[in-house]
Write a protein that binds this ligand. Structure first.
Ligand code: NAD
Length: 424
């Protein structure tokens, strides 16, 4: 079969990075040529103009995207990002990773992602609400609980999901909680969803520490990004007994070898939105944080922060990829040669978020709600199974852990497409 004829629509560093990962995985498992390109490229994308009224009476137009990468095994599923550096290519890469992630952990979803080019820190609460509602309004023809379901990601949260759920419900004329996940509990959110991604990261880190026979009480942890995922990862690891020695966000980074009081930092961010001027440690830079000696390094912010340049200088035992795509292809090659560093790849490491999103969607469709203990027990069972299957693939084919996880995810998506035929 000849190669895909594609435009430069998605072209960007991060999309090329996701494609290189795919190509390497496809080569490693000899994925037939005939199925490669249609497994790799997104099924469809939408770009929308989002005019909103600012508080000062002027009108401003933002640009938003939604990429549905795969709809072969069920509705597509993926977060919505509000960030000033969003590009269509980035959203496409994130959607692609969602496909491999859902497939790896066995969820009946394809991957999707959304994004709006906006710095949410520059919006008032009213402006944020108008933008969130406008985005959902524009996406009404393309989203539904059985087509594509949104969730929070960088720069969005439960409140944004509540406005989006309300906008969609008003449009269809009845309450439709299953249109988004990561909602407030009172609107049909799931127990345990807010902390699910971070809890999942921490749970996996704990099990890998157990494998390495490192007592969690002796582990030190550095976390980049102190939003939903980073702060909950830090809180859960601190609960297990680990010492959190560094945290950061886009405004500041702090180091405290004695241990940072994570609860105090969470309260600080609740009131101040950011870590700037937090007094729980010595100020350092985000770059220094990544290179601190520690047992666990958890990048939990943005893509492409572990590069060819800093990868040789990492001094962690476990690199837990809480963010999506934190490690460039070049850095990956360096890490493959540094056998002393255990990488927990993003598609496995942060999958707790989409797993509990799946539970939330199920609960919404059934109008039957589970307890937090039930949710977390089911989450850990799915993670255990996914971790075991990645370990098995790693040993069987002598792959790196990333290659093992990606090949499992990609293989199942490709197989589903092959079984269905050419259209999905
Ligand atoms: P968030 O907006 O709640 O938090 C992001 C944090 O990263 C903030 O503290 C922000 O200040 C910080 N940050 C942003 N740019 C930074 C930079 N250049 N350097 C250092 N810190 C920076 O977002 P989130 O939901 O926690 O998402 C974080 C990452 O986790 C993203 O890669 C996202 O795709 C991924 N993820 C999120 C979920 C989820 O359930 N929310 C699930 C899976 C993966």
């Amino acid at each position: 079969m000849s190669k895909a004829i594609v435009s430069k629509l998605y072209d960007s560093d991060v999309f090329r990075m996701a494609c290189r990962q795919f190509d390497k995985a496809a080569d490693a498992i000899n994925l037939p040529e005939a199925i490669r390109d249609r497994t790799k490229y997104p099924r469809r994308c939408m770009a929308v103009a989002l005019p909103i009224r600012r508080d000062n009476g002027t009108t401003v137009v933002f640009e938003g995207y939604r990429v549905q990468h795969s709809l072969s095994t069920g509705p597509s599923k993926g977060g919505l990002r509000f960030h000033q550096d969003v590009t269509l290519g980035e959203v496409a890469a994130l959607a692609m990773w969602m496909s491999w992630k859902c497939s790896l952990v066995g969820l009946p979803f394809g991957g999707a992602k959304g994004g709006v080019i906006v710095d949410p820190f520059n919006l008032s609460p009213g402006e944020l609400e108008r933008l969130s509602r406008r985005y959902m309004q524009e996406m009404v023809p393309f989203l539904s609980p059985h087509v594509d379901i949104a969730a929070p990601d960088l720069g969005t949260n439960e409140q944004v999901m509540a406005w989006m759920m309300d906008t969609y419900s008003n449009h269809v004329g009845h309450v439709e909680p299953a249109i988004v996940t990561g909602k407030p509990l009172v609107l049909g959110g799931s127990e345990g969803r807010r902390e699910a991604t971070g809890r999942g990261v921490a749970y996996l880190v704990k099990t890998y520490l157990d494998d390495l026979k490192i007592p969690v009480g002796q582990a030190t942890v550095a976390v980049q990004g102190f939003g939903n995922v980073g702060s909950e990862t830090a809180a859960a690891l601190a609960e297990y007994g680990a010492r959190i020695i560094a945290i950061s966000d886009h405004t500041a980074a702090f180091h405290n070898p004695q241990g940072i009081d994570v609860k105090k930092a969470q309260q600080y961010v609740q009131f101040n939105r950011v870590l700037h001027d937090f007094d729980g440690g010595e100020p350092i830079t985000n770059e220094q944080l990544l290179e601190l000696p520690c047992t666990v390094l958890a990048p939990a912010a943005i893509e492409r922060v572990i590069t060819e340049v800093n990868a040789p200088r990492l001094r962690c035992r476990i690199l837990a990829e809480a963010a999506n795509g934190p490690t460039t292809n070049g850095a990956d090659r360096v890490l493959e040669s540094r056998e002393e560093i255990e990488v927990i790849p993003d598609v496995l490491c942060n999958s707790g978020g989409v797993i509990v999103s799946y539970f939330e969607w199920l609960q919404n469709l059934q109008h039957y709600y589970w307890t937090r203990d039930e949710v977390l027990a089911k989450l850990y069972a799915v993670l255990d199974k996914a971790k075991a299957s990645v370990g098995y693939q790693q040993r069987k084919l002598k792959f790196s852990r990333r290659l093992a996880a990606l090949t499992l995810g990609i293989q199942r998506v490709a197989e589903a497409k092959q079984k269905r035929g050419l259209f999905p």
